[in-house]
Design a protein around this ligand. Structure first.
Ligand code: 5CA
Length: 443
């Protein structure tokens, strides 16, 4: 992509409304635009990152056996009356009426709709386990939307829902999602720690929040340093092996980890060796729940068991906030110059800077580098604009692409480029041929 053809509305000044780094950097890098309190448009650079985050989530959900569907944003209130949540959920629900005067709502979550789908089609335990998910916009009328897309009113959620015949099956489904989450966040360059959590309005008896560690996180977290060393399962992990899944979950839930609400300051925490205690701040990026028959009983979602009797189905739900994740990654990965994207979700692989547009050598050499890198399979943002060099460098650092290829008139004549690694700031001059090899090794 040529920068001259792109839409990248960079802000030179720090926006006053932004209280935290990720919000400030997302506004400055032209990723999002606020349209109303807690409601945002995603501009091209932001949309690209959001899509990459969603694709990683999707790949890992599919690998774990979940099936993608699409449920609507607007839901009939009657389903929520059946589950009993229409009144319980209170003012967080945005309620509307259609022209016939029917009560509708903008979904804050989808347990009711998915239970309705299930009860219409599934009759027998033979069709289980089943896990259906979608990636869809949600609306929660939060009293205090803040920190940009970190806590917004409209936000994107991946929500998966599992259905099993009994508690044991439901636990196996829970474990599969647990392991899929470990892989998902690692692929985004994040260290996520599962912590026992309160179930809130979703309900149920078992729940974990996945918290990523970031100095400016919303919640205080307390965990054992052992978490920093536990291996994350690789891509070949066998999701059909229930006991392997259970072992991974056991390993990831043994050391102490708790958010403030569940913290046991004078009990278990006090027993952990002083130098293993790790008290920091974190951001909740995922939340998984087992709630058994909470929705299936009132909504009549039952299947026939092997003994021919009917049983209400055991359910769990599994959320990740992709829009929040974009901000969370920035909180975890930035420096004084801007964002430092982990490779897996960077909007482009490489930023190419032509330092002197208008110079014949520089133009043709930069053009050649751009074309060759693109055809080698790298997604490049090519800064071909007439701008001060300082401002070009500042923009590239701000938007945080993993590698920069910098081309000046002298290098162009010698067939050389400068490669800058955004994270380490290390810069190296090399021939363009060597640069391609170098880049292939890094990205
Ligand atoms: N139905 C369940 C799981 S599918 C559910 O709604 N869970 S949740 O309430 O914990 O939300 C799931 C994830 O959505 C959270 O972990 C968080 O990453 C994201 N999320 C929740 N509220 C917001 C918000 N106001 N802004 C941005 N992301 C949010």
């Amino acid at each position: 992509m040529r920068l001259s053809n792109y839409f990248l509305p960079i802000l030179k000044e720090n926006p006053k409304e932004a209280e935290i780094t990720s919000h400030r950097l997302m506004l400055r890098a032209g990723m999002i635009r606020q349209q109303a309190a807690g409601i945002y448009s995603w501009l091209p650079l932001g949309k690209k990152v959001l899509d990459k985050v969603c694709n990683i989530i999707r790949e890992e959900q599919n690998r774990a056996g979940a099936l993608e569907i699409w449920m609507p944003t607007i839901q009939p209130a009657d389903l929520w009356r059946e589950s009993g949540r229409y009144n319980d959920y209170g003012k967080e629900i945005l309620r509307v009426q259609d022209r016939q005067g029917r009560d509708m709502l903008y979904g804050p979550t989808n347990e009711e709709i998915v239970t309705d789908i299930f009860r219409c089609y599934v009759r027998s335990y033979r069709e289980l386990p089943l896990n259906l998910y979608h990636i869809q916009w949600k609306f929660r009328d939060e009293i205090r939307p803040r920190f940009g897309v970190m806590r917004s009113r409209e936000f994107l959620m991946k929500d998966a829902y599992s259905f099993d015949l009994d508690h044991e099956g439901a636990r196996a489904s829970y474990n599969r999602m647990f392991v899929a989450y470990l892989r998902t966040f690692t692929r985004m360059g994040l260290k996520a720690i599962p912590m026992r959590a309160d179930t809130g309005p979703i309900g149920g008896d078992l729940s974990h929040e996945f918290i990523i560690l970031a100095d400016k996180g919303e919640s205080d977290v307390f965990c054992d340093r052992k978490y920093l060393e536990i291996p994350v399962p690789g891509p070949n992990v066998d999701f059909s092996d229930d006991s392997a899944m259970a072992n991974i979950v056991r390993q990831w839930t043994m050391p102490y980890a708790a958010t403030e609400e569940m913290h046991d300051e004078n009990g278990i925490w006090a027993e952990i060796r002083q130098d293993n205690r790790f008290a920091t701040r974190g951001i909740e990026v995922g939340h998984i729940f087992h709630f058994g028959t909470k929705y299936s009983v009132p909504m009549g979602a039952a299947v026939m068991g092997p003994d021919g009797k009917e049983y209400p189905v055991f359910m769990g739900s599994y959320g990740i906030g992709p829009s929040r994740l974009v901000a969370a990654v920035i909180e975890a990965s930035h420096d004084e110059y801007g964002i430092v994207w982990p490779k897996g979700i960077a909007p482009f692989d490489i930023g190419i800077i032509n330092m002197k547009p208008g110079d014949t050598h520089c133009d043709s050499f930069s053009q050649m580098c751009y074309e060759q890198l693109q055809s080698a399979g790298f997604d490049c943002l090519f800064d071909d604009c007439q701008e001060q060099v300082g401002s070009k460098f500042a923009t590239m650092d701000l938007i945080g692409l993993p590698l920069q290829v910098i081309i000046g008139p002298r290098g162009a004549t010698a067939g050389e480029v400068e490669i800058k690694d955004r994270k380490s700031s290390v810069r190296k001059m090399m021939s363009f041929k060597a640069a391609i090899n170098h880049i292939t090794g890094v990205i």
